[in-house]
Design a protein around this ligand. Structure first.
Ligand code: MLT
Length: 268
């Protein structure tokens, strides 16, 4: 896995690329995380498939840029990255905020999506109350930095077992969150608050779709994943036992098995 930079619209976008000739799988991280959350997938699948994982605008090592941040704009960034990499149709995966970007990408560029992976995400827009909380957190991040945001979010993100085990996973997630710049976090929070409701898009999704959710996901619970799956014809739902909102990081073995099986069964 080598880190690379691509000129994408007005910014330099950081991404990892396993290279190789296999089918391309593009993985979009959640908030407030970065491309390193997909390390376990790149390590397991990056030989057989070409795994590309960018830092979305304002996250990790990709800057916010000058023109404002929106979920639709992040989807445009991903399309520009695919252009740079000369990737036509890809399997597009997103976890949580990455899923919001994947919905927007499918809406704009359906012909470029060979299949979808929707992990721990939901189609609904925020409620008014949710929007207010995002704005409070955005201001808090800008005034006080990431520590209070991280400490209030962390307990809700991970399954009880992951938190109790502590160790490498917990520390990795904490470090990734603390590595998000306050400016990038505020921009992403405001972008998520303004994102459109994608519920009406679901019945138009006509590509193979894998939905994955942690059995203890408190942010986008299994019931939401089931309701989403019921609206996407032919979709497959996998519940990862013992994982919270970060199912791919908390239970990489189970997550990778489901993903590999899905990828290998895709029509050419
Ligand atoms: C994420 O993991 O991307 C966030 O929890 C999504 C959200 O806050 O809606």
């Amino acid at each position: 896995m080598s880190k690379s930079l691509a000129r994408v619209r007005d910014i330099e976008m950081a991404y990892d690329d396993s290279g190789g000739d296999g089918a391309a799988l593009v993985l979009l991280h959640g908030f407030p995380f970065d491309r390193s959350m997909w390390r376990g997938q790149a390590e397991a699948l990056g030989g057989e498939f070409r795994v590309v994982a960018p830092d979305l605008r304002g996250s990790g090592e990709t800057p916010v840029g000058a023109g404002g941040v929106s979920i639709a704009g992040m989807a445009e960034d991903v399309a520009a990255l695919l252009d740079e990499l000369k990737l036509g149709r890809v399997v597009l995966g997103g976890l949580s905020m990455g899923g919001y970007v994947a919905f927007e990408f499918f809406r704009k560029f359906p012909g470029r999506v060979r299949a979808l992976l929707l992990a721990d995400t939901r189609p609904q827009a925020d409620t008014e109350e949710g929007r207010r909380a995002r704005e409070e957190n955005a201001q808090r991040a800008l005034e006080e930095g990431m520590v209070p945001i991280v400490e209030s979010m962390l307990p809700k993100l991970l399954a009880a077992g992951t938190r109790e085990r502590g160790g490498e996973v917990l520390e990795r997630v904490r470090a990734m969150m603390l590595g998000t710049s306050p400016e990038g976090a505020a921009a992403a929070l405001r972008a998520m608050a303004l994102r459109r409701d994608q519920t009406a898009l679901l019945p138009t999704i006509n590509v193979p779709t894998l939905i994955v959710v942690g059995s203890e996901d408190a942010v986008t619970p299994p019931a939401d994943a089931e309701a989403m799956g019921a609206k996407i014809e032919g979709s497959r739902l996998v519940v990862v036992e013992g994982a919270g909102h970060l199912s791919n990081v908390e239970r990489p073995g189970e997550f990778n098995r489901a993903l590999a099986e899905f990828l290998r069964a895709l029509p050419a």
